[in-house]
Structure formats: C-alpha cells, structure tokens
Design a protein around this ligand. Structure first.
Ligand SMILES: *[C@@H]1O[C@H](CO)[C@@H](O)[C@H](O)[C@H]1NC(C)=O
Ligand SMILES: *[C@@H]1O[C@H](CO)[C@@H](O)[C@H](O)[C@H]1NC(C)=O
Ligand SMILES: *[C@@H]1O[C@H](CO)[C@@H](O)[C@H](O)[C@H]1NC(C)=O
Length: 798
C-alpha cells in the first residue's frame, strides 16, 4: 500500500489484459446452488452475450424485459488484434445523463457491481472520463469518479419495492472529456438473510453499502471463481500492523451449521473459513504472549462503516479453550467471544459478528484481536468493511441527489457542489486494484513469457490525452456552483484570523489553517491584503473557472469570500508543508526525502502541470512553478512518509487580487530564479515558460539547494542553480552537486536520464524545450530505471 504500487500501475501498459488472461486460464466455473431471484448481468456496449465465470452476460444494445436504457449513449470496443470477447472488451459510453431501468423481481438486499475497464479506443481513453453514478433516484454511488485502473465497484443495496430500479450515469459537464462509461453491470438478489435489516440501531433498508475491503484473513486471493456469490477476497498481510505477531493457519475441515442456519457458504465461502490468522504465540523463553494482533485499514472519514467479522475455530484442540476479544479503533466491541459456546460445541463451525462503526474523523480503522485470558490465543478468518451512505444518501462527500426534480429551474437532478478532494476514495480503489492487479500479474508472469521491461510505460493512461471524445460544448450552466463562503463562516473557521493559525505568508498576505463549520473540512484560507473593487467581477469569473479544475495533483479551490471588499480564497488543506521545506530549510524535523520519494513527488507535480496545460480548451499557464508551490500531504491510509504532491497557486495569476500586487498581468510575473529568460526578454508567455521553471524545480530536487543561493558567494556562477547545474551537467560533473543526503542512492542510469530531462527543460529557446507530456513520460521512465537499478543492487548482494 504505497506509492510504488500506484506508479507501477500507471506505468504498465494495458493492465487489464492480465485480467483477461487470468479469465482464460480457468474457463470452467464453480458449480453453485445459489440462484438469485433477480439476476441481471449486462455486457455493456455490446450486441453479443458473453460467458464469464460460467455466467452469461447479456448485451445491453437492445432493451429486454430485464432492463431499458434511455439517454444519449454510444457503444465502443477495445482496439485489439485478437478479439477475445469478454466483458472487458466493450463499454457503454454515456454522452449525457443516461439511465438503466431494471425490472427487479425481488425486494431486500441486492448485490450491485459496476465493472470499469478503462481501455483506449480509437477516439480516446476511457480513463479520462469523469462522472457520477446515482441509484434509485436518491443515492449517490460515485461522483467526480474516473477509473484509471481496472476496477470493480461492489455494493450491497436495499431495494424497497419490486419495481423499476434506476441506475443513472451522469458525465461531469465541466470536465475535459464529458462522458461516463461502464463495461458491465451485475444486479442480483443477495443470499437470503445475508444482512439483517437493522444492525446497531442503523436502519439498513434505506442504505447502500460500498465494499471497501473484503479480506480472506490468512488466506489467498479469492476470485469470483472461488466464491458462490462471485466476490473477490484479498489477503490481509499488507494491513497487519505487526506481521510478526500473526501466524496463519489452514484447515479444510469446515462444518457449516445445518438446517439452513447462518452462515451458509454464501455468507463466506469455505476458503475464507478454512484459513485464519492467529497469535504467533511464543513457546519458550521469558517473552510474554500478552499482545494483540492489529490490522489497519484505510477508510473514509465522516462515514459509518459496517464491519462483518468471520470466525471459525480450526486451531483449538478442544472446542471450549478459545476465548477472545475484538477491538475496533481500540474499543472493545466483542468481549469474551467463545466459539465453543457460540457453536454449541460443534467444532470447526463458522460464525460471524457484525458491528457498525460510527463516523469518525480518522481515515484509518484499526481492528484488533486479543485473548481474554492471559497468554491465550485469538483468531480471525475473514473481514468485510463496508462504507454506508451518509444521511443525505451519498457515498461521496458533498454530492447528493437533488429532490426537486422538475422544479423548473434546472434540467438536471444533480447539484454538484465543489468539494473536498476524493483522494481517500481514489486511494482505496487504487489499493484494491493494485492488490488484485499485482497478484494477477504474478500469475500471468508464471504462465506467460517475461514481458520486456522496456515495453512498460508506453501507454500510461495519464499521458497522451486524446482529443476526439472531448465535448467542448458542455457547459457548467447546468450545475450550480455554490462557492461563496460567508465571512462569518471564515471568521469562525480561523478563530477570527488568529495569528496562531497562520501557516504561510507572502506578498498577497497570510494563509490560515481553518476548519469549515458546515462540514468539518480542513481548509487553508488565503487572505489578500489589498483589494480593489474594480477587480471583483473578474475575480468571480476566475474563481468560477478555477473551481471547476479538479485533479488529483492540483490543490482544489473550495470557495471564496468577497464580503466587505475582502478577498478570501479557500483551498483544500495540505497537511505536510511544501516541497521546499522538505528539501532544505524551513521545515524542521523532516527526514530527508529519498530519491524515490523525490521522483514520485516530481511525477505528481508534473501530472498536475500537464493537466493544466492540456486539460482545457485554451490551456492554463501556471506562471509560478516553484518548490514552495508544490504542497505535500500524507497519503491517506498510506504509510508515513508516503507523500502525495499537489501543485498550488495556479490560474489566479492573471488577475490582480491574488496578490495585492500593484503590477498588472502584462508585467513579467514569477519568482526570481525560476523565470524563463526568453519570457523575461520578450514578455511572451507560453506553457514552455512553465516547463523552464519545472526544470529548475528538478535540479532543486536533485541538488537540495535553492534556485537562488546567495550563500555561495564565493563564486558568482553558483548563485543561479539553473545556470550552474546545466553547466555542471554539460561538463559531465552533475554527480558532484547532488544533494549529500542522496549520495550513493542514485543509480547512474536514472541520474543521467534525470539530468538530461532537466537540462532539456532549461533550453534557451522555448520551442526546443519538451512539452510536459514528454517530461512526465521521462520521469516515469526514470522511476522505473531507479527501481530496476535497486533490484539489481539487491540481487548482487544476495
Ligand atoms: C480459486 O479458484 C482457482 C480457479 O478455479 C483455483 O485454482 C484456486 O485453487 C482456488 N483457490 C482456493 C483457495 O480455493
Ligand atoms: C489490546 O488492544 C486493546 C485496545 O487497544 C487494549 O485495550 C488492550 O490492552 C490490548 N491488549 C494487550 C494484551 O495488549
Ligand atoms: C442513506 O441514505 C438514505 C436517504 O436516501 C437515508 O434515509 C439513510 O438514513 C442513509 N443511511 C445512513 C446510514 O445514514
């Protein structure tokens, strides 16, 4: 669960082909007695039915008794030499709000699965689509969603009446590629009594639950083949806080309760109950066995979670010996759990326990098991963690389905509020994708031939933006952006601009850390010093534009306030200071960044900048790319020192108020040491000026010293980092100016390629400099080089 996985994912070509390969290896399906009343399986964007895992997915190209599709849609298929069929090969693309209306024969809990395989078609890449998905006209499943890796979203949905069940796909209008898509949909009745209507006083009949983790504790990855309800279960190892304390165990002798008592194999299949983690008890010496096993899972803050824990005592010699406690977030939720009693003395009989964890601020959920008796054992076989919709019916903060359909004001039922970034959600998706993918890839490697290292990275979904499916006519007018934040709220959020809350300052004024009363969101409030009334309409327009820019690697604007001629800008809060403070000076107590971390941060920032340059019709030039404008945040749910980097302070440079600066936009703006000399001379600003500044940032990252270093007065040419490092590069002496914290950790190849790329960014003539696409591509390649070099190093040692 770290950035490494993520980058591997992005840099490998067509990861989903591994899925296909995987499916082909095992063509026969698990036989099952489970036959759901409602069982609708759609192969979207196709006119043929396909069989996967022994189940037949019907084409969605013509309506049937099971469903009706309405809206503006097209179908598309993957470009491949050999058409293997399969649900991953075709997609339904929605160019406007569109709806599947399903005819369900059953009420109660249903499984709903949405399959996304973001392949590239001849008109563009599906990974560029950003969209929302609503269900039952009232619940928001996904919003601001884009699938950058193959992913299957799994939901448990309560359908209150036998009737039409609506599933709506809504492209995000302001996005560059205004479409939505899906490759396959599964909707089927869940096994009888799978979930009680009420758990811990929460009414689940009005709630949709999203599976965020489904874990086969102590066991292998289970695919839909291994599960009669076609679920995927992953291994728990990477979530263990201290893997040494846990020991897995397997026994295939499982005795499900008879006479239809719960759980049946549909609750969790045999492989889940036949493996577990138990305490790694110390048998000798003075060490104590008084400890817990703890797992830490990334979850979304602000949402209730349904936790199902599966147990089966296959380890105890006598059925009555085991007795243990379960803690969620350090709180004891099950006291003296005694399998012998629960199963009435039946050995190896599965059981489960459900708990609802209240909404919390934390983005981590800890699950611990420990013995009730001193030095005793404790077990866990399976774990399911599901996110419950919030009280507004949404799984995504800030989005909900508007009730007043047809109120005349707006032709859409959706209000898009500008919101908190969806980092947490995306991260969890990536995580699930990563785990699956890595496992499958290993399988593929065993089977197939070695894929050449050099092939990798060619078709990264994030680079090489196609233009054909860009819908530039889409407007934001359909949606209301409610961006204005009252002065009163900001005064509250910042304790009346308390000095203690200042987290930054500059020519424009101060930046305060604050917390919005309405949703508890942490924000950074930027307060301009001077303001001029004339600028206000322009200011608002600009804000409207910026508020629509949402990218994982750009700090989002949350809102603004212009009451009493104040100019206040409210941004998402980044908890880990600037790249500059991490590199040198300013930030106390930061450990020096490793080369890999630096590369990853560099890649993140390059992605943000690349998006600014290419994501909009005219392109946006940042104008002030520098290390103090690259903000870091600790990756939610990630390990410490796993940073996510975002570019800040973009776009507002054209207008006055960002600054309280007296200069107008025709004046050369930027920061000393980063300014493109060509722009300086000609005053002609292009995106290549940003590329120049980015080159300076790259050398700063490598050398760990400022762009302008007045302390090196002993020699004039050393003052300007850009000049100095290009000079050293050309003389082949780049290695001698590398940050001393990095010495010995950078392989020759990655250093050479890095120097070459940075040097190209600093070429005098803008038109000869690379575009950000190329820079980004190189950086991803450098990271791969680095990983390869490190692997080789390791091999040499062993
Ligand atoms: C899961 O299914 C695959 C394919 O049928 C099989 O090879 C594997 O052994 C199964 N795993 C378990 C744990 O049953
Ligand atoms: C197990 O964890 C709980 C909750 O954090 C704690 O109260 C308890 O003392 C722990 N037990 C041991 C033996 O460490
Ligand atoms: C889920 O949303 C519905 C509104 O559609 C609401 O009635 C229900 O209480 C929500 N569930 C939870 C757990 O808040």
């Amino acid at each position: 669960m770290n950035l490494l996985h993520r980058n591997h994912l992005f840099s490998l070509s067509e990861p989903f082909c591994f899925f296909t390969v995987f499916f082909l290896i095992f063509p026969t399906a698990l036989s099952t007695d489970f036959s759901p009343t409602t069982n609708i399986l759609l192969n979207c964007g196709s006119d043929r039915s396909v069989t996967e895992e022994g189940r037949s997915f019907l084409p969605d190209s013509s309506d049937s008794t099971q469903f009706r599709l309405s809206g503006r849609t097209t179908s598309t298929s993957k470009i491949t030499d050999s058409v293997t069929g399969g649900i991953s090969q075709t997609a339904r693309v929605f160019t406007d709000e569109s709806t599947y209306e399903f005819t369900v024969q059953s009420t109660g809990i249903h499984f709903l699965r949405l399959h996304f395989f973001p392949f590239t078609t001849d008109t563009g890449s599906l990974s560029d689509a950003v969209f929302q998905v609503n269900v039952l006209d009232k619940l928001v499943l996904l919003a601001n969603f884009s699938a950058t890796v193959p992913i299957v979203m799994d939901y448990l949905l309560f359908i209150p009446d036998k009737n039409k069940m609506k599933l709506a796909f809504i492209p995000k209008p302001s996005s560059r590629v205004s479409v939505a898509f899906v490759n396959a949909v599964e909707l089927f009745t869940a096994p009888k009594d799978l979930i009680d209507n009420e758990t811990d006083n929460v009414d689940l009949t009005k709630t949709v639950m999203e599976t965020v983790h489904r874990i086969n504790v102590g066991g292998d990855l289970l695919t839909p083949f291994n599960d009669t309800v076609w679920r995927t279960w992953i291994n728990d190892k990477e979530f263990l806080l201290n893997p040494n304390l846990a020991k897995n165990y397997t026994s295939h002798k499982i005795n499900y309760p008879i006479d239809g008592l719960r759980p049946t194999p549909e609750f969790a299949p045999k492989p889940v109950y036949s493996t577990l983690e138990q305490k790694n008890l110390v048998t000798e010496g003075s060490l104590t066995n008084n400890f817990n096993i703890t797992w830490i899972f990334p979850v979304s803050s602000g949402y209730k979670h349904f936790i199902r824990m599966h147990f089966c005592d296959i380890v105890s010699l006598s059925v009555y010996t085991l007795k243990f406690n379960v803690y969620l977030n350090q709180e004891k939720v099950k006291n003296d759990l005694h399998p012998g009693d629960i199963t009435h003395g039946n050995s190896a009989q599965p059981f489960y326990r459900d708990v609802i964890v209240p909404a919390q601020k934390n983005t981590k959920l800890s699950v611990s098991i420990g013995s009730s008796e001193e030095n005793g054992n404790a077990i866990l076989n399976g774990l399911e963690i599901m996110k419950l919709n919030d009280s507004s019916g949404s799984l995504i903060t800030g989005f909900h389905v508007e009730n007043s359909v047809g109120s005349g004001k707006s032709d859409t039922s959706v209000i898009v509020k500008v919101v908190i970034s969806t980092v947490a959600v995306v991260f969890i998706l990536l995580l699930i994708g990563a785990v699956l993918f890595i496992h499958l890839r290993r399988k593929y490697k065993q089977k197939g031939k070695q894929k050449k290292e050099s092939d990798a990275g060619r078709t990264s979904g994030e680079t090489g933006y196609p233009a054909a499916i860009v819908d530039s006519s889409s407007t934001a007018s359909k949606h209301h952006f409610d961006l204005r934040i009252s002065l009163e709220e900001l005064i509250f959020a910042t304790d009346d601009f308390d000095e203690k809350r200042i987290i930054g300052s500059g020519g424009f004024g101060n930046v305060y850390k604050g917390k919005l009363r309405r949703n508890g969101m942490q924000v950074a409030v930027k307060r301009g010093l001077n303001t001029s009334k004339q600028g206000l309409p322009e200011f608002r327009n600009e804000i409207m534009l910026l508020s629509q820019i949402h990218h994982r690697h750009l700090v989002s604007l949350v809102g603004y306030c212009d009451e009493n001629d104040q100019m206040l800008l409210v941004y998402e809060y980044m908890n880990n200071d600037t790249l500059k403070s991490h590199l040198y000076g300013g930030g106390d107590g930061f450990r020096p960044l490793t080369w890999k971390q630096r590369l990853e941060i560099c890649i993140d920032a390059a992605k943000g900048l690349h998006y600014l340059h290419t994501g909009f019709s005219q392109g946006i030039i940042h104008r002030d790319v520098k290390t103090s404008n690259i903000l870091l945040t600790t990756n939610e749910g990630g390990e410490e020192n796993n940073y996510l980097a975002k570019l800040s302070d973009f776009g507002l440079s054209k207008i006055g108020p960002d600054a309280g600066e007296t200069h107008v936009s025709t004046m050369v703006k930027g920061s000393f040491g980063y300014i493109d000399p060509e722009y300086f001379k000609t005053q002609n600003l292009t995106d290549k000026s940003d590329v120049y500044s980015f080159g300076v940032v790259m050398f700063e990252i490598l050398c760990g010293r400022p762009a302008i270093d007045l302390s090196s007065t002993n020699s004039r040419e050393k003052i300007n980092l850009a000049e100095y490092s290009v000079d050293m590069y050309k003389r082949g002496e780049l290695e001698s100016i590398v940050d001393k914290n990095l010495v010995g950790t950078i392989g020759a190849n990655s250093l050479r390629k890095f120097g070459e790329t940075a040097e190209m960014c600093l070429i005098e003539k803008g038109r000869d400099r690379p575009k950000m696409t190329e820079v980004l591509w190189n950086l991803q390649y450098i990271l791969q080089l680095h990983e390869t070099e490190r692997r080789q190093e390791k091999n040499e040692f062993s």
